[in-house]
Design a protein around this ligand. Sequence first.
Ligand code: SF4
Length: 347
Amino acid sequence: MSATITDLKEMTAYMHEKLLGLVPEFEIARKAEVAVEINKLKKEKNAIILGHNYMEPALYHTVADVTGDSLELCRKAASTDADILVFCGVEFMAETAKIINPSKKVLIPSTKAGCSLASSITAEDVRNLKKKYPGVPVVTYINSYADVKAETDVCCTSGNAAKIVAALNTDTVIFIPDEYLAQNVARETGKKVIFPDFKSKKDESLDKVFVSWHGKCEVHEQFTVEDVSRIRAQFPDVVVLAHPECSPEVTAASDFTGSTSAMINYVKKNKAPNYLLLTECAMGDNIIAENKDANILRLCSIRCPHMNQITLEDTLAALKEDKYEVQVPEEIRVRAKRSIDRMLEMS
Ligand code: SF4
């Protein structure tokens, strides 16, 4: 496994085989040195690296002991014997790892890895929603901060959201904060989406309704139906894979909608000549490294500025200096964990 390689020659040969064409040759030479240093330090410090599917290929394929979407990474983190978890992903993901593993030291290589979706809603917003809609269960997308999760009945991911809502066995839920995920799941489960109007005193119909929030992912909201049409015109046999954080119009124009890991599995299992990935561009590189025959089209002018904060070099610095440690106040952690545990039980 590449994440255990500590010999420079071996790492360079491995990276050549896996990443040539995706990472320039001169960069491979430089990054191989950093990767080897990281793998040695992990051994010394009993640390592991959790690498989100959106990480740059030179990090994802060389030092990550576990790769996947945010939920998979946290699940795997819960069963590790390591003392230190370095989370190569964004802040809300590292927080989730800490919520599940309070006794471990959780590090994130950059303090600038935020998320437009997670920061679209506060714990106070959720308390106000609960006041306006008393008794309505709160389902919160895992892309949220710990204090918001602490106000939540059950978390969900893009992969299990429909299942969680169905298991709640209620006509109405507060489904936050991603308005597009809400619309995509509402369509799948026969519900409609409304947004709270805190000034209105009128009685609203809450029949088969998702009360949602105007949160959006700044990456996925940029993909358009026109993008899909243009690619289809150039590649008539293309299979379009969309993330459910894309607009409902875009997911309707696509061939498959699923989480990042569901997209990766789709490409592994199906043998289409051309795919268009409507998600963060780096994931396309990571899929190409594993599926050299597939032509993976991606729209790389649209990038996540937060995920791109995490580099191989910063990961080395994080391990060397034990920075930046993720902390979650215990009172919030305990309540946030309840909403995550409930999701794990229900999915
Ligand atoms: S891709 Fe979107 S949801 Fe994911 S971290 Fe970036 S802004 Fe947040």
